[in-house]
Design a protein around this ligand. Structure first.
Ligand SMILES: [Zn+2]
Length: 224
């Protein structure tokens, strides 16, 4: 019963974050107007805003005009519900859990728009820096080393690799939590998943990499 409730709370967060992501992408206010159908513009009643349940009851359509509601909202609710279930199972430290929430938001935005919002990246960096200094008790000296390596990698990437800069930023931000061994393993796992998806599932030569980095990150957190 508690697990169902937790999943549902996670789904509610997923619904809330989806709204923020959508409004930020459209440069709209987060507070107003109320959630409405994109097709008929009629505000969605509270009863139709219940995460997961409303989508299933309405079969993914607007109650008023029957236009299809984006499946992405439903998927986001499932993903956040799943993340909250994992939290209940593995009890990640609060700063790790907040990093996982931000990584999930970044993954969704990267998957939808193939972009990385700088503001969210900075919040994730600050979150991980607090963990790095206050939980792991690392020194400013090791951080300086990481920054130097980061700048060298950026320089090499500019001329030879041409990987998305946002992906490199995130790898170094996750390094603050995972450490050097963890980040290597997580890059290997992410790359294998990304290659399998690119070849067999998405059949594309350019895919969003952050969702795969997120999978690698999560697997490392669980098994290391
Ligand atoms: Zn409608």
């Amino acid at each position: 019963m508690i697990l169902i409730l937790l999943f549902w709370v996670g789904a509610a967060f997923g619904s809330f974050f989806s709204l923020i992501i959508q409004r930020c992408q459209r440069a709209e206010s987060i507070i107003s107007p109320r959630s409405h159908c994109d097709n008929c513009q009629i505000p969605i009643s509270r009863i139709d805003l219940i995460p997961i349940i409303s989508f299933l009851i309405l079969r993914g359509r607007c109650r008023n005009c029957k236009a299809k509601i984006s499946k992405q909202l439903f998927i986001n609710e499932l993903l956040f519900g799943g993340l909250f279930l994992l939290q209940a199972q593995f009890w990640f430290a609060p700063l790790i859990f907040s990093s996982l929430i931000m990584m999930l938001i970044l993954s969704i935005i990267d998957f939808q728009k193939q972009m990385v919002p700088t503001k969210l990246l900075i919040i994730l960096l600050l979150n991980n820096l607090i963990y790095y200094f206050f939980i792991k008790n690392e020194s400013i000296l090791t951080l300086s080393l990481i920054v130097i390596i980061y700048l060298i990698v950026l320089w090499i990437n500019k001329f030879y690799l041409k990987i998305g800069e946002g992906d490199i930023d995130i790898i170094f931000i996750l390094l603050l939590i995972l450490g050097i061994n963890g980040i290597f393993i997580s890059i290997i796992i992410s790359t294998i998943f990304a290659l399998i998806s690119a070849i067999f599932i998405l059949k594309a030569n350019r895919i969003a990499f952050i969702p795969f980095l997120n999978c690698g990150y999560l697997i490392c957190l669980i098994f290391m």
